[in-house]
Design a protein around this ligand. Structure first.
Ligand code: C2O
Ligand code: CU
Length: 432
């Protein structure tokens, strides 16, 4: 069998729970090699990287506004650094080698300490040779809890990823294969979701926190067995809940749903053939106490409102296979510059609102991520859209975003298709 073909999806009996974190302070994350049953039970295990013996790493839950300390111990034979994706934190805790910190050397450790300002769904992942370390498994969910708990029966995390796996379970280490880097990136032949819980009752009211931790795959999602709506994207509550029928998650994006359970819950990726099952929640009994009132709503995010933009920048994604325009040494670039330039792409005064036009002049979609901030997507008619930390721009299209740069420091902007990031689609801004 050609390993590029999709392997069979999750069987109905294969439950793969996501470990939770014992609530100790400081939280300790040990990056190490792990062996994980990714393929269905009974098939081979996969040698990977993980935290505290598991892949994905344990779910970290923090309180909004309270300082968190997380000690990362590196028990691997290579360096690493951990990025707390989507958290508007202090720059020196952002986990980006060279730009914000030195590598955590093998057998060394580093304590990250920050105050998460926004409740919501985030994640953590390696930010060192990340197209490889994240693909090998150095990632996990990071939840910042609401100030007041919502009236729900369960709060369930679903973290999605994909890998190239041989039939015996071994991981194919083609993380820097130049052909895939120049195209859509390292793309698994096996995908699945890890859930923090495996069962619900018919009639339960639940929150689903979906996280796309894949290095390059965009997941279109169809979710069955529930009725309700999307209430947050990239951690930030939406102004209006929204239907989830056309939910698409680019790498690193998150979506929160609040739904009532109407039957067995399935998470499927539509494909040209049959839908591919990523995860499921089975039904055990019926919830007869639940009053079917209106779905609870999330508190609105507390971010500065954008002012009149004082700069209008353009970042043009260039390069890649199939006629991309870029002549540099690396395959991908922003504005014809590959990799981190010595000088920032822009210097921004703290508090400035900046409009950035993201132009995709390539044959592939890109999910562009800004560190340390969230930004507003601007609709073609000029209206202000969703708050995001990663925005998906289709091939040949462009999108404007508006950002209040109120967080001082050196912040990365890169494609979160991690093969494209390593291929050069990275730059940075300085907020002074
Ligand atoms: Cu999710 Cu630069 O990272
Ligand atoms: Cu990209």
């Amino acid at each position: 069998m050609n390993r590029r073909q999709f392997l069979a999806s999750v069987s109905a009996t294969a439950v793969l729970p996501l470990p939770s974190f014992a609530g100790v302070t400081p939280l300790k994350l040990k990056a190490e090699t792990v062996s994980q049953q990714i393929l269905p039970q009974g098939e081979g295990t996969t040698a990977m990287l993980g935290f505290n013996g598991s892949m994905p790493g344990p779910e970290i839950r923090l309180r909004r506004g309270a300082r968190a300390s997380i000690e990362v111990k590196n028990a691997m034979q290579e360096g690493t650094a951990v990025h707390w994706h989507g958290i508007r934190l202090e720059n020196r805790m952002d986990g980006v080698p060279v730009l914000t910190q030195d590598l955590i050397d093998p057998y060394d450790s580093k304590t990250y300490s920050f105050v998460p300002p926004d409740a919501g769904t985030y994640w953590y992942h390696s930010h060192y040779i990340s197209q490889e370390q994240v693909a090998r498994g150095l990632m996990g969910p990071l939840i910042v809890e609401d100030d007041a708990p919502l009236d729900l029966d369960h709060d369930i995390t679903v973290i999605l990823s994909d890998w190239i796996i041989n039939e015996d379970g071994s991981l194919v280490d083609e993380f820097t294969d130049m052909h895939s880097v120049a195209h859509a990136g390292y793309m698994g032949n096996f995908a699945r979701g890890f859930l923090s819980r495996s069962e619900v009752k018919q009639g339960d009211r639940i929150r689903l926190r979906l996280i796309n931790a894949a290095t390059n795959r965009i997941f279109p999602l169809s979710i069955s067995g529930v009725s309700g709506s999307v209430v947050a994207l990239d951690g930030m509550a939406l102004r209006q809940p929204r239907a989830f029928s056309d939910l698409v998650l680019a790498p690193a994006q998150r979506a929160d749903l609040i739904v009532d359970v109407t039957g067995p819950v399935g998470f499927d990726m539509p494909t040209r053939q049959a839908p591919y099952r990523l995860a499921e929640l089975s039904i055990s009994g019926e919830n007869t106490d639940r009053q079917s009132g209106p779905l609870p709503t999330l508190a609105a995010p507390d971010l500065p409102a954008p002012g009149a933009p004082s700069q209008h920048l353009t970042l043009t994604m260039m390069g890649g296979a199939m006629g991309g325009r870029h002549g540099g040494a690396n395959i991908w670039s922003f504005n014809d510059v590959s990799d981190l330039p010595q000088d920032p792409f822009a210097i921004i005064e703290r508090g400035e609102t900046v409009r950035i036009t993201l132009v995709n002049d390539t044959a592939f979609p890109h999910g562009i991520h800004l560190h340390g901030h969230h930004f507003y997507e601007v609709a073609p008619d000029g209206s202000i859209g969703d708050l995001r930390d990663t925005t998906l721009v289709a091939a040949g299209e462009s999108r404007d975003v508006l950002c209040v740069f109120d967080n001082p420091g050196r912040w990365l902007i890169h494609c979160h298709m991690l093969s494209h990031a390593i291929g050069g689609m990275r730059t940075w801004v300085e907020v002074a």
